[in-house]
Design a protein around this ligand. Structure first.
Ligand code: MN
Length: 231
């Protein structure tokens, strides 16, 4: 077989302590999964989980310790940070019960669901799809994947984000409205999960705008930090 042109290479994430890389298939994101963030967006926080996707080639990656460059995107005047725990699926499946979700997880990473908030809000108001606000180029920086066996108690880990050294978001994974297992249960009822899928599990309160040259450092206890510079 011969392609008309060279296919775009598969996006892959570095894995802590491994030579192999984690090839990315799809990027699923959960909306409003912390009560305080749902409230700051004008909702009660009691709704069932809902999902959106970003293209796999929106993922920005690098090796351990790297500062990832994210260019300030076009069209927006309100580029927001959303720090999130990212689940890396190692074993696929459909209709996965929450109690069995753990064995489908390869590992975890820190991610940023970068959002053109003004465009997302316009689309929400009009009842239109969110892609222009959420699924733009280089909108999904993700750090190094730590295998689940080495990540510690992620379900109760602290999650935080600083911008230029100043604290912006701080919460705890135990505050997820839908925990990791429940999220996988709901998601796998709607789509068949496959190895290489990433799940952004939602952001806590404190989302705000960034500007060019800002340095964002995201952390989840037990995982490698994510460093992003807006260029
Ligand atoms: Mn998000």
């Amino acid at each position: 077989m011969k392609y008309l042109f060279e296919p775009i290479p598969v996006v892959s994430l570095a894995i802590a302590g491994r030579v192999e890389r984690f090839p990315v298939r799809r990027v699923y994101c959960v909306g409003r999964n912390y009560v305080e963030h749902a409230k700051e967006m004008g909702f009660s926080g009691r709704e069932p989980p809902f999902f959106f996707l970003k293209p796999a080639d929106a993922v920005v990656t690098g090796d351990a310790g790297a500062t990832l460059g994210v260019p300030y995107p076009s069209l927006t005047k309100s580029l927001h940070h959303e720090i999130e725990l990212v689940v890396a699926i190692g074993t696929g499946g459909r209709n996965i019960p929450a109690a069995e979700a753990e064995r489908h997880i390869f590992g975890y990473a820190v991610g940023l669901d970068m959002t053109r908030r003004d465009l997302q809000n316009d689309m929400k108001k009009q009842g239109r799809p969110w892609e222009i606000g959420k699924a733009f180029d280089r909108s999904a920086p993700v750090g190094v994947v730590t295998p689940a066996s080495e990540a510690g108690a992620v379900a109760r880990a602290e999650i935080s984000l600083s911008v230029n050294g100043e604290a912006r978001q701080r919460s705890d994974l135990s505050k997820l409205i839908w925990n990791i297992g429940e999220t996988i249960e709901h998601l796998s009822a709607a789509w068949e999960l496959a190895p290489g899928d990433l799940i952004f599990t939602g952001t806590p309160e404190g989302v705000a705008a960034v500007v060019q040259d800002d340095l964002l450092v995201g952390q989840v206890t037990g995982l490698q930090p994510l460093r992003v510079q807006i260029t």
